[in-house]
Design a binder for this molecule. Structure first.
Ligand code: NZQ
Ligand code: ZN
Length: 389
């Protein structure tokens, strides 16, 4: 196990009716907020009205900035920054999915930065301060409600990249599983794929003696595998929605990666698909992860065999660990398909004629000459993974 320091400061309010607490939470930070949301789902489910009531009760003044698109865009982030600077905003309240949260985080650091916010994404500068961000989450997937990153797309250059900084962890996050009942099946499934991916990026490591975090990862994955089919069949099943929502936070608040080297190649390989085709994030991961696994498993067959046995109940066979490892990958693909997710470009209806360019951009956007740590992947390797997918 490697040395680590860990600080996850986000206050979490979890459960039924918790959105009614938002006014009180916001009041801890000031009296004037930017209310940031997406294309209207929060109005359709009545959440918007409940939030406004709670804010009014505490005398909070709010300026609205709706219109966040999935794969959030730089243009709206710049608009939000302008409003925050002009209006002297005390807190940004993100109500919605990960895209809204990420957009709010980017606005928060951009408003406290003298130059243009994109410089922070280009790694030309490091964020030093932020306007606090509060979250009411409606889509368990990204873990952005407590995570240390924000991912934004520059729609002009088709570059989708992240800022990673402890500064961007939200001040508080309100999670009411009931707000996820209205999710379309595709979003629920894509969310599950993203949550699993956040665990895989940590689980497949070369660091030894990380048994506790291995077991935590495996338990979280098994929870998803058990409850995903249930929420798809019974969208209003509170108990099952609650399990999925909480795994989303646990998977990406950092705890499952403590003391070990993490990978993150597959996310970067997937981001290029979203940047090129505006594909849903979780869908890029159900396509890329099986291909990545097939490409890298030989680096540590035992770890993949452990995954197969402990997560997918494949029968252990110590004489044939490779057979066990490959069966685990096959069962993962089968699981993705069973919850309606594609596992190849073809199944997703995404063309493959631009994979050379995507591999090139994946490496150039990484700021180095490779991505990933479990196995360092160079441009030719990324291209092979796109071909396998
Ligand atoms: O815009 P509205 O109308 O709200 O509709 C949204 C959107 O169309 C809808 N939706 C959300 N909650 C709903 C709902 N529809 C019905 N009922 C509800 N309760 O779902 C659609 C997708 O929303 P979005 O926020 O884009 O999805 P998600 O939460 O998956 O966020 C994806 C973004 O987060 C980034 C991804 O790359 C992608 O850009 N990520 C952020 C991370 C982070 N900051 O730590 C880590 C992740 O790995 C990921 O990269
Ligand atoms: Zn993700």
């Amino acid at each position: 196990m490697l040395n680590f320091s860990y600080h996850s400061p986000t206050k979490i309010l979890f459960g039924k009716d918790m959105e009614f607490e938002v006014g009180k939470e916001v009041a801890n930070y000031g009296k004037k907020i930017l209310l940031h949301y997406g294309g209207g789902s929060i109005k359709r489910i009545g959440l918007y009205d409940r939030v406004i009531d709670s804010l009014k009760k505490e005398g909070i003044e709010y300026i609205e900035l709706p219109g966040v698109q999935p794969n959030p865009r730089l243009k709206l982030v710049r608009k939000g920054i302008e409003i925050c600077k002009e209006e002297d905003i005390d807190l940004i309240l993100a109500v919605g999915g990960g895209s809204v949260v990420d957009s709010a985080k980017a606005i928060g650091i951009g408003a406290k930065y003298d130059g243009d916010v994109w410089e922070l994404f280009e790694k030309k500068a490091v964020p030093k301060d932020t306007i606090p961000v509060g979250v009411i989450l409606t889509l368990p997937a990204t873990g952005s409600e407590t995570s240390n990153s924000t991912v934004v797309t520059n729609e002009e250059t088709k570059v989708k990249v992240s800022v990673r900084s402890e500064i961007v962890r939200p001040a508080f996050a309100i999670l009411n599983p009931e707000t996820t009942y209205s999710l379309p099946k595709e979003q629920t499934s894509a969310g599950v794929s993203d949550i699993m991916a956040h665990i895989f990026e940590r689980y497949f490591t070369n660091t030894r003696n990380v048994d506790l975090t291995d077991r935590l990862c495996e338990g979280t994955l098994r929870t998803l595998i058990k409850y995903a089919p249930i929420v798809l069949k019974e969208p209003n099943n509170y108990a099952a929605r609650a399990e999925i929502m909480w795994t989303g936070t646990i998977a990406h608040n950092g705890i499952l990666g403590l003391g070990r080297e993490e990978d993150w190649a597959s996310h970067k390989i997937g981001h290029e698909i979203s940047a090129m085709y505006d594909t849903t994030h979780g869908v890029t991961l159900s396509i890329i992860f099986p291909a990545w696994m097939k490409y890298v498993y030989k680096n540590n067959v035992e770890r993949f065999a452990q995954f197969a046995v402990r997560v997918f109940d494949v029968e252990a066979d110590f004489n044939n660990p490779e057979v066990v490892a490959l069966e685990g990958i096959r069962r993962l693909e089968e699981f993705f398909r069973s919850i309606g997710l594609p596992t190849t470009f073809k199944e997703a209806g995404i063309p493959t004629d631009k994979i050379d360019e995507m591999a090139r951009r994946c490496i150039s956007n990484s700021g180095g000459d490779s991505v990933g740590f479990f196995v360092k992947l160079y441009e030719k390797d990324v291209l092979e993974i796109y071909k396998l997918a």
